[in-house]
Design a protein around this ligand. Structure first.
Ligand code: SAM
Length: 259
């Protein structure tokens, strides 16, 4: 049976050009630094859920001194890109990329000091099962530090939000900060904290829309095709207002497994 690839080569190429080589989410190394603020990765065993094309795994080893990063993802093109990136950085011995199927992680209890994730849990509908799995694989005292794309409430999306989600066509399963907090707390996490990043991303996304639709549009079209870029402009045009209203609200998410 053939697998539907959401992050195929054309999508990877477009997102990396917009967001930086090896990044399939916005903000680059600076935003990763903010997600990891105060988390000591030196000598740590780290799990990166939804590692994408691997720039963050490299960063966590090279710049933060993680002993080992296990990156997991569900699609082969991003896993291949992440392995190549780790190889090129000379870090193949410290970065393992595992292609997994959605569901329980193939790791023993208490395997990791830190579980990281950037803008990937949006693709995992069962936030409660995810929180329980993260808790299970963390060592006592371990930290969960993530960023994700949330929505303000779990009720029916506004027509504007529904229109935006339909345009993304990326299997988005967005949930509210309240649902994430409850899922993490029920799993056993303490010091659960959520930080709204929509004020930041609404500004960044508006600049991205201007980059795609302004004077440089022809350059983007030449590289990615006029139809593809027109669809991205339509998506960003729908996204900026729901970011501004706060219905689409990226967050940083933290929790600690008690010692
Ligand atoms: C927006 S990208 C972010 C990638 C990377 N974290 C980054 O910031 O560059 C989301 C990633 O989540 C992956 N993904 C989707 N469903 C997943 C699942 N159930 N488990 C792990 N990763 C998943 C996608 O294949 C994709 O690579």
């Amino acid at each position: 049976m053939s697998e539907d690839i959401l992050y195929d080569q054309s999508h990877i190429g477009f997102l990396e050009e917009l967001w930086g080589e090896g990044f399939l989410s916005p903000g680059g190394p600076e935003e990763v630094e903010r997600v990891l603020d105060g988390v000591d990765l030196a000598g740590a065993q780290v799990l990166d859920i939804g590692c994408g094309s691997g720039a963050i795994a490299v960063l966590m080893v090279r710049d933060h001194g993680a002993a080992h990063v296990t990156g997991i993802d569900v699609e082969e093109p991003v896993c291949a890109a992440a392995r190549a990136r780790a190889d090129a950085a000379g870090l193949a011995g410290k970065i393992t990329i595992d292609k997994v199927t959605p569901g329980p992680f193939p790791y023993a209890d208490h395997s990791f000091d830190v579980v990281f994730s950037k803008d990937s849990i949006i693709h995992i509908p069962d936030k409660e099962a995810l929180a329980a799995e993260v808790f299970r694989v963390l060592k006592p005292g371990g930290i969960f530090a993530a960023s994700d794309w949330l929505r303000a409430h779990d009720g029916a999306p506004s027509p504007e939000m529904a229109h935006y989600i339909a345009l993304e066509a990326l299997d988005f399963a967005m949930a509210s900060p309240a649902r994430y907090r409850a899922a993490l707390t029920a799993a056993g996490f303490v010091d659960v904290a959520l930080l709204d990043r929509s004020p930041w991303y609404s500004q960044v996304a508006a600049a991205e829309l201007e980059e795609l639709s302004g004077p440089r549009r022809a350059t983007w079209e030449a590289r990615h095709g006029a139809e593809f870029i027109a669809h991205q402009i339509e998506t960003w045009t729908a996204m900026v207002p729901v970011l501004r209203s706060g219905e689409h609200c990226p967050h940083h998410i933290r929790g600690r497994k008690p010692s």
